[in-house]
Design a protein around this ligand. Structure first.
Ligand code: PLP
Length: 386
């Protein structure tokens, strides 16, 4: 059989961080000691009360399909969560459970973007977004952002870059790879531009809960017309359970359900039952303590990297990353990361994963490993670069 695979495959880029991780694991299998500063997932195992709730659901034989939009109890729990955290009433009917934020991003690409259209995205930004858009024959319309805009897409930039075929704006706050957060005013500005241009605003709030000393505002505090993506992966520490959610304007829900029925039939039943335990005060106390540990790690790693000569102009408000200008060391961050891994046993992610704008001069460090390993990573970097 020599029939080629579908043409769309040519446009889908690899998620390079996964490739770095794979190579790092290969080296480890050969006996090398690798400091992992590349992974985008919390290193803590899922909190025990969540695991126990999942286990109990299995023991009760709850192994059947659930509603395509998710189990009502979890949608209600999330509705209460929005009231408690943000003081907003979000009807459970507007909340859909999805297979991770990834599933939500794909659903929204299908719902909102016609072939030939696109969404404005910050460059650097989360790499899979552009690929989801390509899968629906659309495009990520990349807007270069730098330290001047705290690496975020502002209302002014959105207005400036808006094209005839722009369906809306997709931002993440706090963002991957930069950890930068949008203020309430900045969200308001984006809403204003989207309203003016009759486009959609999608805010990926996956790193909510992982902000350090500040609280991230939700766009839901400002509008019931924005789309919100979130996940149990990061703050809730459930990456492998594959569970997220999205909040949509009421009118979009039946359409999203139709898509979800066809694409997924149902979310993981066990994961949904487990997630119900995530909101208990005793579980939240565990998760908040982990957040505080991430803050300590950020506060350790940031000055160390700056002292080495990496450019990190702002202290990121949240997420799990430091996005660093490495131009003092390289104009080829891919090569740089490969050398760091192969020669010095430090795994970091090349900027190229996150876009094009000055990507060859940037790298992303994750603080998703314990303090001792971070110290070891810094020692190794000092040996080479210091
Ligand atoms: C900004 C952003 N959005 C979405 C995702 C997807 O997360 P998940 O599908 O695990 O919820 C990630 C994962 O790293 C991310 O960084």
């Amino acid at each position: 059989m020599n029939r080629p695979f579908a043409r769309r495959l040519a446009q889908i880029e690899p998620f390079r961080v996964v490739e770095v991780l794979t190579r790092a694991r290969q080296l480890e299998a050969q006996g090398r000691d690798i400091v992992h500063l590349e992974a985008g997932e919390p290193d803590f195992p899922t909190a025990l009360p969540i695991i126990e709730a999942g286990r109990a659901a299995l023991a009760r034989g709850e192994t059947y399909y659930t509603q395509a939009a998710g189990i009502p109890e979890l949608r209600e729990a999330l509705s209460r969560f929005y009231y408690d955290e943000h003081g907003v009433d979000v009807a459970p009917s507007r909340i859909m459970i999805t297979p991770g934020a990834s599933g939500a991003l794909f659903l929204l690409s299908l719902l909102l973007v016609n072939p030939g259209e696109g969404l404005l995205l910050a460059d650097p930004g989360y790499p899979c977004n552009r690929n989801f858009l390509r899968m629906v024959e659309g495009d990520g319309q990349l807007v270069p952002v730098g330290p001047e805009q705290r690496y975020q897409l502002t209302g002014a930039l959105a207005a400036q870059h808006w094209r005839d075929n722009t369906a809306g704006v997709l931002v993440a706050s706090p963002a991957n790879p930069t950890g930068e957060m949008l203020t309430k005013q900045e969200l308001q500005d984006l809403l204003h531009v989207c309203r003016q241009r009759n486009g959609y605003l999608i805010v990926d709030e996956i790193y909510h809960g992982l902000t350090y000393g500040v609280k991230a505002p939700s766009v839901l505090e400002l509008s019931d017309q924005a789309f919100v993506i979130n996940s149990f992966s990061k703050y809730f520490g459930m990456t492998g359970w594959r569970l997220g959610w999205l909040v949509a304007p009421e009118a979009a829900v039946p359409e999203l359900e139709r898509l979800a029925q066809n694409l997924f039939i149902s979310m993981s039943t066990m994961a949904q039952k487990a997630a119900l335990a995530a909101f208990a005060p005793s579980t939240r106390a565990i998760l908040d303590a982990r957040r505080d540990e991430f803050a300590r790690r950020r506060d350790f790693l940031l000055p160390q990297l700056r002292a080495l000569g990496f450019g990190i102009p702002h202290t990121p408000a949240g997420a799990l990353y430091l996005y660093a200008d490495a131009s003092r060391f390289t104009q080829d961050s891919q090569r740089f990361c490969l050398d760091m891994l192969e020669q010095h046993g430090v795994a970091i992610t090349p900027g190229l994963d996150f876009g094009r704008y000055r990507a060859h001069e940037h790298v992303r460090f994750s603080f998703t490993t314990g303090m001792e390993r971070l110290e070891e990573g810094v020692r190794r970097l000092q040996r080479v670069l210091g």
